[in-house]
Design a protein around this ligand. Structure first.
Ligand code: SAM
Length: 210
């Protein structure tokens, strides 16, 4: 019987060929290839960018550049994405992936620790931020980007249901689950923002700065 995931991807916009290739290469050649966004999430990111129509986007966690390329597809001519990746061994692959896309010129890559790079964006205010870096740092990432987010701007955090581990007993050394729990618990009572969790894929939290 056809799975619901297959049914969904058969009934939404197709995944562009370049993205299919980037996704497949990540699965075949990279140790944690499954960290990449895929067909459904990529099309959703593109749609959210169309809906929000941001002028400046910030992404924490580039990996292969898949999600940055999806968001770039929907940007206006003058809009840009800053994306930050800590792993300098990914740089050549990312630059190559961006160079093959019509939308690569809209993306500015920063290699470094997001928590440090963000501090350098003194006069940059973002109207959309996508948090998809280290799960242990989610709350730190959020606190760093909130002052750099426009009022009425959006922050989207990926993996906030963390394979369902958020409702299971947590192992003492599972720092990633603890990071996601800290984020979800603190966000819940944060009056600076509105928030809703979409149970899509691994959980996507949509946040709006009040
Ligand atoms: C889940 S992957 C990102 C996937 C990508 N956004 C996509 O959807 O295709 C997480 C990435 O965040 C990077 N990362 C982890 N900690 C980081 C940090 N402190 N600053 C910047 N990047 C970080 C990792 O090296 C990894 O490539």
């Amino acid at each position: 019987m056809e799975s619901i995931d297959d049914y969904i991807t058969e009934h939404i916009d197709q995944e562009p060929d370049l993205l299919k290739h980037i996704y497949r290469e990540a699965q075949l050649k990279l140790l944690h290839g499954n960290m990449s966004s895929g067909h459904l999430q990529g099309r959703l990111l593109k749609m959210l960018v169309h809906m929000i129509n941001p002028k400046k986007v910030l992404e924490i966690g580039t990996f292969t550049g898949y999600s940055a390329l999806c968001m770039a597809e929907a940007l206006d001519d003058e809009a840009t994405i800053h994306t930050i990746e800590i792993d300098d061994e990914m740089e050549d692959l990312i630059v190559n992936n961006f160079s093959q896309s019509l939308f690569g010129e809209k993306i500015i890559l920063h290699i470094g620790d997001a928590n440090e790079v963000i501090q350098q964006f003194e006069n940059n205010f973002f109207d959309l931020v996508y948090i998809d870096g280290n799960k242990r740092d989610y709350w730190l990432n959020f606190e760093s980007v909130l002052p750099k987010t426009e009022k009425g701007g959006f922050i989207i955090a990926d993996n906030t249901l963390w394979h369902g581990k958020v409702v299971e007993p947590v192992k003492s050394n599972d720092w990633q689950t603890k990071g996601i729990l800290e984020f979800n618990n603190k966000l819940k009572s944060d009056n600076r923002v509105e928030k809703v969790i979409l149970p899509l894929r691994d959980g996507l939290t949509l946040i709006r700065k009040i």
